[in-house]
Design a protein around this ligand. Structure first.
Ligand code: ZN
Ligand code: ZN
Length: 182
């Protein structure tokens, strides 16, 4: 999705996108599905592109629901993403985009550079989607995980392994140590 900067008004420009309605966002969702992300709801993007000559600021919110595998219990669940993002955009003359100094500077200041008269939202939204996915997803904050011994999902049933666990060589050793200290 390319936004022509000449069509922008000074100040705030609001855009609302829904992957059910916009083809470019539908295509973006299809690409994410190809990469293994199961989106369970339309991808909604609310953005505010502010023009402050000569720069542009993109603020927005990304909402959707994506299937994740819990890092503790390995069950699939739908994770609701609702993330805000902010990107500074600076226009550079054509051909200058790949100069090494510019790359270094952009990393330090967290600025995205664009060439010409158009801002391409597609790579920005794709990047924001990846940034909003947590490194480790849990189905719920207090997920009990799976039993290391019998593999039971401890959220749905309590196994008997914990009772047996109390007598292990290590626990016996600990008792001996405590006894010696006294
Ligand atoms: Zn879980
Ligand atoms: Zn168990």
């Amino acid at each position: 999705m390319r936004i022509s900067i000449t069509s922008l008004v000074e100040g705030e420009n609001t855009f609302h996108f829904n992957s059910l309605k916009e083809d470019w966002l539908k295509k973006l969702v299809e690409d994410l599905i190809h990469q293994g992300y199961q989106l369970k709801s339309p991808l909604i993007i609310d953005t505010n592109l502010t023009k402050v000559d000569p720069d542009f600021y993109l603020r927005g919110k990304l909402s959707c629901s994506v299937e994740q595998t819990c890092a503790r219990c390995a069950e699939n669940f739908n994770l609701k993403l609702d993330s805000n993002f902010e990107v500074a955009l600076a226009n550079v003359p054509s051909g200058k985009l790949r100069s090494p100094e510019l790359t270094e500077e952009s990393e330090e200041l967290d600025i995205n550079f664009f060439e010409g008269n158009e801002i391409d939202l597609t790579p920005i939204i794709t990047e924001q989607f990846f940034l909003s996915i947590p490194y480790q997803s849990l189905c719920k904050p207090d997920c009990l995980g799976i039993c290391q011994q019998c593999g039971a999902n401890l959220n749905t049933k309590m196994c008997k392994c914990a009772e047996k666990k109390s007598v292990t060589p290590f626990s016996v050793l600990q008792e001996v140590k405590l006894f010696k200290q006294e």
